[in-house]
Design a protein around this ligand. Structure first.
Ligand code: XMP
Length: 327
């Protein structure tokens, strides 16, 4: 028996709408054959991989699929809403939306060590997912957005796909329709399935979300400053035609304040750090040379619109010596 976790050498690279359509037809047949009348559960984060798997399964088995979207409160602005709009409303999926913001932020209160923060987020995610799936009857299958680099990586040590992963000891059979695909192929399939570009070409986003960009112990007000400044940055990059051209860009709010002045009065507020990098596989990265005029505009908007911020900094450090994220 061939190892189903090994990509056959004969497998064609999926890089045209026709090849994507053929892959979709093939997988629909394979999913139906595997699942039969069974019920399937999927943790839908809104990332490219789980979104493509959701869209494929909806096409293949419709309401036999149940998606759970856990909002851990560390999502970017508008992202959970997009999951609800695209999958719940447009595609008519069985979607369970859990706003677990308070649970996560309560657990994270006062936790400043980066690894500890990741552990808390990962453990809480599994707890919420377990609780919700226990309420469902007759689930026999768990769908996952595993892609080929995850399989290659897990032969070493699975780095950090998903927020901490899903429970390992589940009694479900796995459904992993895109496990032999590379990222660009998953995007090609997503496009052919009709998912919006903002989902298909989404920049890499860490499982622990904005949590690792709210440096140190997370507070609600500083997290809001991360979210709002990130939204402005993304909006301005899109308006300047940089969306999809710069590999990863985001804002970070460190846990210190400095003096400023607004309307003749002294302020004592946080800085926002802008990070914009190019990379191929995240092992190294160079800094994007953003035009000064754009940096000025973003600075003006962030200091004018984001509460608690009086300064904007631009990080000029490549990876290495810095990492892409701050934690
Ligand atoms: P670093 O900061 O190590 O990041 O240079 C490399 C890439 O990995 C992403 N990243 C993560 N992704 N969970 C994830 O799913 C994580 O905990 C995590 N930490 C970093 C980061 O955004 C970058 O693309």
């Amino acid at each position: 028996m061939p190892d189903t976790n090994v990509r056959p050498e004969s497998m064609q690279r999926i890089n045209t709408p026709e090849l994507a359509a053929a892959f979709i037809d093939e997988q629909i047949a394979a999913i139906r054959a595997q699942v039969g009348e069974g019920k399937v559960l999927l943790a839908l984060s809104g990332g490219v991989d789980s979104s493509v798997v959701a869209a494929l399964l909806i096409k293949a088995i419709g309401n036999q699929l149940t998606c759970i979207h856990v909002n851990h409160g560390l999502m970017r602005k508008g992202e959970s809403q997009q999951v609800i709009d695209v999958f719940g409303k447009e595609l008519g999926a069985n979607l369970i939306y859990i706003d677990a913001t308070d649970r996560f932020l309560d657990k994270l209160a006062g936790v400043s060590d980066p690894e500890q923060k990741r552990k808390v987020i990962g453990a809480e995610f599994i707890r919420v997912f377990d609780e919700e799936s226990a309420k469902l009857n007759g689930i026999g299958f768990l769908a996952q957005g595993t892609i080929y680099p995850d399989i290659l990586e897990s032969k070493g040590l699975k780095a950090h796909h998903n927020v901490g992963g899903l429970p390992e000891d589940v009694n479900f059979q796995l459904v992993e329709p895109v496990k032999l695909l590379f990222k660009d192929e998953v995007r090609c399939v997503g496009k052919a399935l009709g998912l919006p570009d903002s989902m298909v070409y989404r920049q890499p986003f860490p499982g622990p979300g904005l949590g690792v960009r709210c440096v140190g112990a997370i507070t609600r007000d500083r997290l809001e400053a991360v979210r709002e400044s990130d939204a402005i940055l993304r909006e301005e990059f899109a308006a300047a035609g940089l969306q999809g051209k710069v590999w990863q860009y985001f804002t970070v709010v460190p846990d210190f304040k400095s003096t400023g002045i607004t309307d003749g009065k002294r302020t004592f507020d946080w800085p926002v750090i802008i990070r914009a990098v190019n990379s191929v596989d995240a092992t190294s990265a160079t800094v994007e040379e953003i035009p000064y005029a754009l940096l000025h505009k973003i600075t003006q908007r962030i200091t004018g619109e984001v509460k608690g911020v009086n300064r904007v900094l631009y990080d000029l450090t490549p990876k290495a010596p810095a990492t892409i994220e701050y934690e």
